[in-house]
Ligand binder design. Sequence first.
Ligand code: SAH
Ligand code: SF4
Length: 342
Amino acid sequence: MLYLTDPDRLSDVLAEEPRYRSTQLHEWLYEHPVLSTTDMTNLPDGLRRDLEPMHWPFTLDLEQTADGGRTVKWLFRCGDGSPVETVLMGYPSRTTLCISSQVGCAMGCTFCATGQFGFDRHLEAGEIVAQVAYANAHLREQPLPNSPSRVTNVVFMGMGEPLANYDRTMEAVRRMIEHMQLSARAITISTVGLVPGMRRMLLEPWPLNLAVSLHSTIPAERSRIVPINDRYPIDDVVAAAGEYYRVKGRRVSLEWTLIAGENDSDDEAIGLARIARDIHAHVNVIAVNPTPMSDDAPPTRDAMQRFVGMLRSKGANVTIRDTRGKDIDAACGQLRLRAEER
Ligand code: SAH
Ligand code: SF4
């Protein structure tokens, strides 16, 4: 499998070929990815045919488009049948790819479709990187309207908890930076708050962005919707996020999935604003996308405005994240649900 091979060791799979072939293949896999080896125009026909079955570590199972072509969602299947979800979103000045780091997730957050499935396995570094390469190969043929025709930003907000798959995630990050010309500042690791992993990130050489999924400031309530809070309590999570900003100089984002009647009170807004001010963080609020296995509902527009208004009046820096691809189940784990229903 080409993407499961270290990009510096491609000569291992090209044993019989002259050495310059690995440089050519590297370009087709990482610099200018193509959907099919048929398009690797400077390789001999026979070699292109031999490489085709080894090209991608997964096959495309479902592709859906929404938002006037500005959102594309893929469900891939690995050789063992594992589903991998990836979402591409085009904006005027950036093209953002939301990628998966695991098949399923062991963290069990109650409102999350991936969490409701439980954990299957970690993704390999190559399976993580191949999602970015596939998106670039797709964009080469079908760019999104009025958006850059390459992935400019990567967010680890698909299926899985990246810091529970730490070494493979960081190896994937290294390949994106060193082999795919992505800037560390354009890569965001989103975590539910695995404190040891957040602290390890301080030692990495790159100024990566860190997003922390908070969802509640009240310990008992957070433990209810984000069970891992029992192991890594909110105070420790906030302390680690504050340290990340101090050491790396990168503003942390605090993710808040707003659920009607659960975490949309004034008290929660006041607590969240205080934390955001204390650690110079930015708050991203998103309305929950309902999942079949939970009764969680999004807040009304008024309740959303009230929550955000309260945050701002207390001095927090807030963005409301749009729910891209709502009609194609683009929230974490939801396309997989759809596929499993077939
Ligand atoms: N495990 C990591 C990254 C993947 S989840 C984390 O939890 O941060 C990425 C983001 O999607 C998280 O902020 C998560 O809370 C959010 N999310 C999960 N399910 C959702 C849903 N049903 N509606 C809205 N956001 C959801
Ligand atoms: Fe896992 Fe993140 Fe979903 Fe929680 S929200 S279950 S950590 S993927």
